[in-house]
Structure formats: C-alpha cells, structure tokens
Design a binder for this molecule. Structure first.
Ligand SMILES: CC(C)(COP(=O)(O)OP(=O)(O)OC[C@H]1O[C@@H](n2cnc3c(N)ncnc32)[C@H](O)[C@@H]1OP(=O)(O)O)[C@@H](O)C(=O)NCCC(=O)NCCS
Length: 144
C-alpha cells in the first residue's frame, strides 16, 4: 500500500533527496549540484512511501505570494499508478491552504500533458534547463 505524508524528520528529508538523486542524476544524467539548491532547506517536502521505502517526492515553497512546486520524481518501477499526480495534488492543496495566488512549476516539455491535467497552463516560452527542454507552467489557486 502506498501512503503519503510531509517529510517531517531529517531522515525523511534525506530519503526524499536520495530519490531525487536516483531519478534526476542517475536516470536523467543531471548533475547533483543542479538538483540540490537553497530552497530545499525551507521548502515543504511531500513523500510517497511503499511500506517504509520512499518511492516519490515533490516540494513546495512560497515566494512573492506564489507557490513554487517542483522536484517531482517517482522511482521508475513505481510510475503510472497515480503517485506523481497524488504528490502534486498534495502540494497544490498545501499551497491553497497557505493562501498562495498561483502555483508555478517548471516542467520538462515531454510532461506538459501531465501538468495540464493538473490544471496548469503554459506561462511563457520553452527554454533549456540542464540541457532538457522546459516550459514554465502556472496554475491559479484559491479554487479549492
Ligand atoms: C513525472 C513523474 C513524476 C510522474 O510520476 P507518476 O507516478 O508516473 O505519475 P502518474 O502515475 O500520476 O501519471 C503518469 C501517467 O500515468 C498515467 N496513469 C496514472 N495512473 C495510471 C494507471 N493506473 N494506469 C495507467 N496509467 C496511469 C497518468 O494518466 C499519466 O499519464 P500522462 O503521462 O499521459 O500524463 C515520473 O514520470 C518521473 O519521476 N519522471 C522522471 C522525473 C521527471 O521528469 N520529473 C520532472 C517532471 S517535469
């Protein structure tokens, strides 16, 4: 059974960062230094657990009245069963409750449809980030 929660302990945060490293660095070849950043220290991190094993994560932090939701990953073997969607919904719900005006995410272009289904719209042009085509996406909040 898969459960979901906020990362509340140093161990859970470390576990979330390890899952990011497995996906972004090992699977996608993105340098670890490009993944970890200053926002990790104060962001709220959500995790998906299968038993005690962390299988996915996403983070959210508020800035200038908007919620920045990102660093979404699910381990390869655990995809396509709704885990990524549930993590995004939790982050969106959290941002709504915090009174954020919008959720802003930077998505890999090939995942555009996934974000669209979560209520996001394109905000600006495509750009390259860590060598991967990205698209800034925005979702209005205050509707939940
Ligand atoms: C992006 C990512 C987090 C999605 O995680 P996920 O757990 O597979 O997400 P979901 O299962 O909620 O949805 C993924 C797809 O599976 C589909 N799906 C969900 N449940 C399903 C089920 N039971 N059966 C079949 N398909 C299903 C969804 O409709 C969705 O389709 P889409 O890709 O056409 O939008 C995951 O692919 C990942 O970690 N990718 C690598 C890291 C990455 O690129 N992260 C940044 C994204 S910008």
């Amino acid at each position: 059974m898969i459960s979901y929660k906020k990362a509340e302990t140093a161990e859970e945060l470390q576990g979330a960062l390890q899952v990011r490293q497995l996906v972004f660095t090992k699977e996608q070849g993105i340098e670890a230094a490009a993944d970890l950043d200053i926002h990790d220290a104060y962001a709220t991190h959500f995790i998906a657990l299968k038993g005690k094993k962390i299988i996915g994560t996403a983070r959210v932090y508020l800035e200038g009245g908007n919620a920045h939701i990102g660093r979404l990953v699910v381990l390869k073997d655990e995809r396509k069963q709704g885990v990524g969607t549930k993590l995004m919904e939790m982050a969106i719900d959290y941002a709504n409750k915090k009174g954020a005006k919008s959720a802003i995410s930077s998505c890999q272009v090939r995942k555009y449809q996934f974000y669209k289904e979560l209520g996001y719209e394109k905000a600006g042009n495509e750009y390259s980030q860590v060598g991967i085509p990205h698209q800034k996406m925005k979702r209005k909040l205050g509707d939940k």
